[in-house]
Ligand binder design. Structure first.
Ligand code: PLP
Length: 841
């Protein structure tokens, strides 16, 4: 190593006595030495703390900055490529991105985990402690936001140019605490300690109008035009985060918009001395990106939510048009050839009207051309069939907020309904059903209809869901345009949900079938050859056991509850919702409790029941279900007669970070939603990949999981979607099921008489009443089938070797559920986006 001295900085190529190569390497070198030098540099220059006060948190930030530096050249090379628009770019519009911790994932994708571990060890630090310092940007509610994050990982890994567009909420999903068994919501102040991954681009800002009215005018060529005179104006500034692909140069961008006042002070107000009104303006503007709305909330905050959606959509579309016109100098007619814009559920569906507004009002295109470009550019992914979750806006609120968009939607609707009338004459009922404007119970704008009419492709997220979509909520649209409808079954990234979160299994897989599974998950099939190898099965069990010990330790710290890692870990983690039926799993727990109490000689295979998930703060019944779980848990865990066989845990604040510990530790995955209600699920896939067996209904992607795993490796119970509809149509009476099943009656009686609530019969009364009088999601109709199936689960569990074989087969056959497969399908069938390898020179 020659002792070159950088003539500008005077920096030596030696660092703590070790050579690090040319100084530029401090920013980009991938060796442990270069990383160590980079972290030292960042501690000095970016963190600016003397060695005596350094904490692991400081090392976390310094290492993160050093890792971000290592993505920078790849990021800029990728960005340059898509600014040129030499190939088509996917834009994934999503109100939520649940990204999870970034450091470990970036180390993995850059291939420098061992180097980072060594570098930190050289600095006297433990990489695991450093990794644990990272919080997570909770910019999503659950599955939908996490799907968007998995898709970004796969897009980059498959070298597809892509931009994720969303909102930089200042406060993400609330932090959940459990007090006295109840959920308590705490603010998620995720930015308080800074975010080393994002780069703010104050110069990349777009104007966002709001409210006011429209007027017509004649332009210079004598054409009739419309202009929007808004009541309020704010702006969106972008914060960009790199999304590094695994083992490739491609490093895509996640752009999140943050709201700002246009001017810091409204000068006229300031000049007249009303200082506080001026500041108020700023405060109001910035509330737009202040907080993520929990889903499943009734009504609240409607207007601001619409503003949030419009806010991020217009910023994103303006950014796209800016790149298209000003950077790439392309004509608008080329828009659908260069951009595929995907609407992740209806949250961004105002984009259909907004693109029309931009093309017609701002860029002077005629209606027909603008509409043709719009439809060819957008695709729409539907995520739910639940009627209460299909977004609609009261017409009055919509019209006051977005007067120009309402005009455009009326025009879109008129032309669309004329098309419907031409195809289906004399069918005014159909017209009413399909209209973009709903007339039932006050006029509304139907966002799912707008998204469907404005997109060339509409997809559901699992085979069953896509079929139900065509048969139910979008039936008439399927009749109109069958060619638009397709299915893309969801997937999850094997980088985060296997390699990163299950290092033990990763090592076993690498040893057994090589490392190719990381980017070609179908290679897991190679495991089938080892199912009959006892030594391999032992290693398989050892990995699972270690993961269970790791989770047990976390549970103990978080809840004080002690778990035995030899017991079956039976897990349900997901948002708390009646359709997901956490309360059905509780009925099983109480059934076992009841059996043990009634027969002191009874023994059952010991199980730990683990729950995790947040309830929307305004969702009364979901919050009671959390109380129910904790009440039953307290009783069970404290009773020496039953706690030899069962424990119940509610893991607080389920999020991506602790999900890393949960999925790999599960033996049994609970996927027990009412058939027809869960669009796909992705938690079910994360469990399967990590070797859990599923107990589930024929719902969402469970259907395909069972198909892939083989019926003999899946515990099936419950009514099918068709049977659910039939039972409901015939007038479902939960009491009939109670009367017919003494065990069920006894279980409900235990809750009702206060056995889990110290004799209090009020706390859980709403749950009992709901079971008896409503039970909208048919938990009681599926109870007996579920209990019998669980008895079968226990029987199989007793044969450890048989269970292990089934576990291995589940992982081996989980290849379909990689988000790489899903993204390849989107690219081929909907977006027409091919791979583009990024050259670093
Ligand atoms: C995967 C995931 C979900 C989705 O779980 P489902 O079981 O599909 O509802 C929700 N939250 C987090 C943190 C996840 O990682």
């Amino acid at each position: 190593m020659t002792d070159v001295v950088n003539t500008i900085s005077g920096e030596s190529t030696e660092h703590n006595g070790k050579p690090v190569g040319p100084t530029g390497q401090t920013r980009s070198g991938m060796t442990a030495d270069a990383l160590r030098a980079a972290v030292s540099d960042h501690l000095l220059y970016s963190i600016a703390r003397p060695p005596a006060v350094l904490t692991p948190e400081h090392y976390y930030r310094a290492l993160s900055l050093a890792v971000r530096d290592r993505m920078q050249k790849r990021w800029m090379a990728t960005t340059q490529d898509f600014l040129d628009l030499s190939s088509k770019v996917t834009c994934y519009l999503s109100a939520e991105f649940l990204m999870g911790p970034q450091l470990g994932n970036n180390l993995l994708n850059l291939g420098i985990e061992a180097e980072a571990r060594q570098a930190m060890a050289d600095l006297g630090q433990d990489l695991d402690v450093i990794l644990d310092c990272e919080g997570e940007p909770g910019l999503g509610n659950g599955g939908l936001g996490r799907l968007a994050a998995c898709y970004l990982d796969s897009l980059a890994t498959l070298e597809r140019p892509a931009i994720g567009y969303g909102i930089r909420y200042e406060f993400g999903i609330f932090k959940q605490e459990i007090q006295d068994g109840w959920q308590v919501e705490k603010t998620d102040n995720w930015l308080v300690r800074g975010n080393p991954w994002e780069i703010d681009k104050p110069d990349a800002a777009y104007t966002v109008n709001w409210g006011g009215h429209t007027e017509t005018y004649e332009d210079v060529t004598g054409k009739f035009r419309v202009r929007w005179l808004p009541q309020r104006v704010l702006k969106g500034v972008s914060y960009d985060t790199p999304v590094q692909g695994y083992g490739v140069n491609t490093c895509n961008t996640l752009t999140l918009w943050s709201a700002r006042a246009v001017e810091s002070f409204a000068l006229d107000a300031f000049n007249t001395g009303d200082f506080y009104k001026a500041v108020d303006e700023e405060v109001v503007s910035e509330t737009v990106s202040k907080v993520l709305y929990p889903n499943d909330e009734p009504e609240a905050g409607k207007r601001l939510r619409l503003l949030q959606q419009y806010f991020f959509v217009t910023c994103s579309l303006q950014d796209i048009l800016n790149i298209h016109l000003l950077r790439a100098h392309l004509p608008l007619s080329a828009l659908p050839d260069k951009w595929a814009i995907q609407l992740n559920d209806t949250h961004p569906s105002i984009a259909v009207a907004e693109l029309m507004r931009l093309l017609i009002d701002e860029h002077q295109l005629g209606w027909d051309e603008a509409w043709d470009l719009t439809v060819r550019t957008f695709g729409y992914t539907n995520h739910t069939l639940l009627p209460e979750a299909l977004e609609t806006w009261p017409l009055r609120i919509f019209g006051e907020a977005l007067p120009r968009h309402l005009e455009l939607i009326y025009e879109i609707n008129d032309r669309f309904l004329a098309e419907v009338r031409a195809k289906f004459p004399d069918d005014e009922d159909r017209i009413r059903r399909m209209s973009l404007i709903g007339e039932d119970g006050g006029k509304t704008v139907r966002m799912a209809h707008l998204a469907t009419v404005g997109s060339h492709a509409v997809n559901g997220v699992a085979a069953l869901h896509s079929e139900l979509l065509k048969a139910s909520v979008l039936k008439d649209f399927y009749g109109m345009w069958p060619e638009r409808f397709g299915n893309v079954t969801n997937g999850v990234t094997p980088r985060r949900f296997l390699a990163l979160s299950n290092p033990g299994l990763r090592e076993l897989l690498d040893d057994t079938i090589g490392t190719g599974w990381m980017t070609d998950l179908e290679r897991l099939h190679g495991l089938e050859a080892f199912v009959d190898d006892p030594a391999f099965r032992q290693r398989w069990r050892d990995v699972k056991r270690a993961n269970k010990s790791r989770l047990a330790e976390y549970v103990h710290t978080a809840t004080g509850i002690e778990l035995d890692p030899t017991w079956m870990f039976d897990v349900q983690v997901k948002r708390i919702h009646e359709y997901k039926r956490q309360h059905l799993m509780v009925l099983h727990i109480i059934t076992l409790y009841h059996r043990l109490k009634n027969d002191p000689t009874l023994t059952i295979p010991p199980r730990v029941f683990i729950f995790g998930g947040k309830a929307a703060p305004g969702y009364f019944m979901a919050k009671r279900i959390i109380k129910l779980i904790n009440a039953v848990g307290e009783t069970v865990n404290a009773d020496p007669q039953v706690n030899r066989f069962m424990r119940v845990v509610f893991l607080p604040n389920f999020n991506v970070k602790n999900a890393h510990l949960v999925y790999p530790a599960a033996n049994l995955s609970e996927q027990i939603s009412t058939a027809g209600k869960e669009a796909s699920g992705t938690g079910n896939m994360k469990f399967m990949i990590n070797g859990a067996l599923t107990i589930g209904t024929l719902d969402g992607a469970n259907v395909e999981i069972r198909q892939e795993a083989g019926a003999e490796n899946f515990f099936l119970f419950g009514l099918t979607e068709g049977q659910v509809e039939k039972v409901k149509a015939e007038g479902y009476r939960p009491v009939d099921y109670i009367d017919a099943d003494p065990e069920l009656a006894a279980v409900l009686e235990l809750i009702a008489r206060g056995d889990f609530t110290h004799g209090d019969t009020e706390v859980l009364r709403p749950i009992v009443d709901n079971f008896v009088h409503h039970d909208s999601f048919l938990a009681l109709a599926d109870y007996r089938s579920y209990i019998n199936c669980q008895d079968e689960v226990s029987k199989v569990w007793l044969d450890g070797e048989a269970w292990t074989r089934m576990s291995i087969r589940n992982t081996a056959r989980s290849g379909k559920f990689s988000s790489d497969r899903a993204i390849a399908e989107y690219c081929d069938e909907i977006w027409g986006v091919g791979p583009m390898s990024v050259d670093l020179d």
